[in-house]
Design a protein around this ligand. Structure first.
Ligand SMILES: Cc1ncc(C[n+]2csc(CCOP(=O)(O)OP(=O)(O)O)c2C)c(N)n1
Length: 360
């Protein structure tokens, strides 16, 4: 078991795919070529869509956006280990995993364009909407997983959060409850080294976030978050443990946000260029690309075709999102509670009067 072999309390970190694209002997999860290629294509699509989202924001066509460049492996790896009926519970930097879990790109653009209909996912996909309040999604993930357990279902919740999220009370409440009730949940902490401008070293005195799991009575594992094979293998084990009734696992993905925190941020004000340059060398896409080329299943022609295909898919999704009917004034209020409170009715009427717009 990787979870036993890579004990964070002993300072161990799982890495399977090295930066030079070779794999550590004996640890290759030996995925089918078709699965490897699907994962890589999803990474390429994510990279292209992410860069496009930043440009759209600069053009005023999309609201504030949190880039995920550099963190694709940390999220797509766990998504590969999930079943479609498992719950994908995310914060706001998980575009690649959502795509792999079959949340349409159009929905994601629509959401960041400020339209709540972007959170209406296909009926057969299980995912929560984005949780911008840091850490709040973790208690939801645990609640869902506990409900599944009580109902005798074998679905697992996989919950993503950041190193900053690990400082929130919600994280500790969620982890404690999950440990006590052996909930089928996997916590994936994307330790991208910063919470906006706040460095990881100020989040906690413990050497790793993974080791915090131990105090809640379940295992934690530290994984190279830029290694898609390592993230997949650790998550597969964690998902299987959860599904078979063995309870939660905490995976810490040791990664780096290559972009700004959001399009409202300027990371050059608090990060050294040398640090960024160092992490660029560990880019999860480059590493995986080298691995696939060495296997003989990828080359420059396929790469160019994949990028072109991703660009076309992104343009199509942007156009669909931009042509989606705009929300009415009423919709902003209507979906908050099952029944509107009197003050909400009053606010809605005031805004209707001020804007001259009536909702449908
Ligand atoms: C409860 C709460 N406090 C503060 C914020 C403002 N805020 C938004 S993102 C963020 C940092 C989150 O850092 P981390 O959890 O490491 O995730 P990352 O952004 O690095 O992916 C903060 C403080 C918020 N959204 N919610």
């Amino acid at each position: 078991m990787l979870i036993d072999d890579f004990n964070p309390l002993e300072g161990k970190m799982l890495q399977i795919l090295k930066t030079d694209g070779t794999v550590v002997e004996g640890l290759d999860p030996k995925l089918d070529d078709s699965v490897l290629l699907q994962a890589y294509r999803t990474m390429v699509l994510t990279r292209v869509a992410d860069e496009k989202a930043v440009k759209l924001q600069r053009q005023g066509r999309l609201g504030a956006y949190p880039p995920c460049k550099g963190q694709e492996a940390a999220v797509i790896g766990p998504a590969m280990a999930m079943r479609k009926d498992d719950w994908f519970v995310w914060s706001f930097r998980e575009m690649g995993g959502l795509l792999y879990h079959q949340i349409p790109l159009m929905s994601q653009f629509l959401y960041w364009m400020g339209n709540e209909m972007g959170s209406h996912y296909p009926d057969d996909v299980r995912a929560l909407p984005s949780s911008v309040p840091v850490g709040s999604q973790l208690t939801h993930a645990v609640g869902i997983s506990y409900a599944a357990k009580l109902r005798g279902e074998d679905t697992v919740s996989v919950a993503f959060f950041g190193d900053g999220g690990s400082s929130e009370g919600d994280f500790h409440e969620a982890a404690n409850f999950a440990g006590v009730y052996q909930c089928p949940v996997v916590f994936v902490c994307q330790n991208n080294q910063y919470a906006i401008s706040y460095p990881r070293k100020f989040q906690t005195r413990s050497p790793t976030i993974a080791q915090k799991a131990v105090s809640y009575g379940f295992p934690g594992i530290l994984v190279d978050g830029n290694d898609i094979l390592g993230m997949y293998a650790a998550a597969r084990e964690a998902v299987e443990r959860a599904r078979s009734g063995l309870g939660p696992t905490l995976i810490e993905a040791y990664t780096y946000r290559l972009g700004d925190h959001t399009t409202s941020d300027d990371a050059t004000r608090y990060r050294l260029e040398s640090e960024l340059a160092e992490w660029m060398q560990k880019d999860p896409l480059d590493r995986f690309n080298r691995y696939l080329e060495a296997k003989g299943i990828w080359n420059d022609d396929l790469e160019n075709a994949a990028v072109k295909e991703a660009q076309d898919e992104v343009e199509k999704a942007v156009s669909e999102a931009e042509n989606y009917p705009k929300p009415t004034v009423d919709e902003v209020f209507r979906h908050m509670y099952a029944e509107m409170s009197p003050d909400m009715v009053e606010q809605m009427e005031r805004i209707r009067a001020e804007t001259g717009k009536k909702g449908a």
